[in-house]
Design a protein around this ligand. Structure first.
Ligand code: SF4
Ligand code: SF4
Length: 333
């Protein structure tokens, strides 16, 4: 077994763990990270987003993305993330273009943005454009949510979910609202895998219905990848290497064919192309076989989206393949 030693890590490089190169399938998902502006600054945020960040999409890159959305019918899903995507330049033009082109639009929302000045219209706007909302609610209990995301976030999230329900979200088949569970960042070497998604979904549904009359469609459980603020926290408590070792020890080969990087392109606010949002945050760009990196402008020029052969991987990829696997759409198997 080949061992990699960096950052005190002694693990098998992810690319060598697989018995075949990790390649792309036909691209069908365009995930766009509109920028790092966010009204919150959560401890687990892999984007390191926050109210003081100013990086966001430019009108020029937004225009190129709109061209891409119209040009390629193979794009079925346009997935908008950030930061708080609603706060960053290009949110509404991208939603409107993608809906006009017949794509499913996913908005990854922190829910509390609906109460910030200037964004009160967002729930109604999303309902009118039938966007699917994927909302973070890292636990159904108040204490845990406020600890991870800040005081008052739980109450605001509950109010937001209730207003989304009033608009038909969670009930109308065209208005889907999914919730996302993130486990807390480990504080000791007693690591555990993300809980069973189906079972936790039932617990969330029962609790939120009983206490607040809230309904939603699906719960996605997402493993904390050791990147961004999570990596910093782990390093400070000397848990980074043990956590990556734990993820590797729980490698499940059955998750590999379902990895989200296989059929998606992830785009940053500058128009650079990555295999997934995690690689984007770790500055590991997608590459052609020649080693050349890509931009939205280059994809438009090439007139094809299927130009990437091998996916770029790193030690944190073990977070996507541990146990039942993990992706922006929850467990993989
Ligand atoms: S709401 Fe999301 S993007 Fe904003 S700081 Fe929290 S995790 Fe990061
Ligand atoms: S982090 Fe996950 S989604 Fe991204 S390249 Fe690695 S395995 Fe794929």
């Amino acid at each position: 077994m080949v061992q990699l030693k960096s950052n005190n890590l002694a693990i098998t490089p992810f690319s060598e763990k697989l018995s075949f190169p990790l390649t792309k399938s036909k691209i069908s998902v365009l995930q766009i990270n509109l920028g790092k502006r966010c009204n919150l600054a959560c401890t687990h945020c892999h984007v390191e987003a926050g109210p003081k960040r100013t990086e966001e999409l430019s009108p020029e890159v937004c225009e190129q993305l709109i061209n891409l959305i119209y040009r390629f019918p193979q794009i079925k899903i346009v997935d908008l993330t950030g930061g708080a995507p609603e706060m960053n330049y290009g949110f509404k033009p991208l939603v409107e273009a993608a809906r006009k082109a017949g794509k499913q639009v996913i908005v990854r929302s922190n829910l509390t943005i609906y109460f910030e000045k200037g964004f009160e219209d967002i729930p109604e706007y999303c309902a009118n454009h039938q966007t699917r909302i994927v909302a973070s609610l890292p636990c159904y209990l108040q204490n845990n949510v406020d600890k991870m995301r800040g005081n008052g976030v739980y109450d605001a999230s509950i109010l937001a979910l209730q207003s989304l329900n009033k608009l038909g979200y969670g009930q109308d088949p065209n208005l889907i609202i999914d919730l996302v569970y993130n486990p807390p960042i480990p504080k000791s070497e007693k690591f555990s895998l993300t809980p069973d998604q189906g079972k936790l979904e039932q617990d969330y549904k029962m609790f939120l219905q009983e206490h607040f009359g809230i309904v939603f469609n699906n719960l996605f459980t997402i493993t904390n990848l050791p990147i961004g603020r999570t990596k910093l926290h782990l390093q400070r408590s000397k848990l980074y290497a043990p956590y990556v070792n734990f993820l590797e020890a729980n490698f499940n080969a059955g998750t590999v064919e379902h990895l989200m990087c296989r059929d998606e392109l992830s785009i940053d606010y500058l128009g650079n192309v990555y295999d997934c949002d995690f690689n984007q945050m770790e500055n590991l760009p997608a590459k052609l076989a020649s080693g050349e990196t890509l931009t939205v402008a280059k994809l438009l020029e090439a007139a094809t989206l299927d130009v990437i052969d091998e996916i770029q991987t790193a030690p944190y990829c073990y977070g996507c393949t541990a146990g039942c696997g993990s992706s922006c759409g929850g467990a993989l198997v």
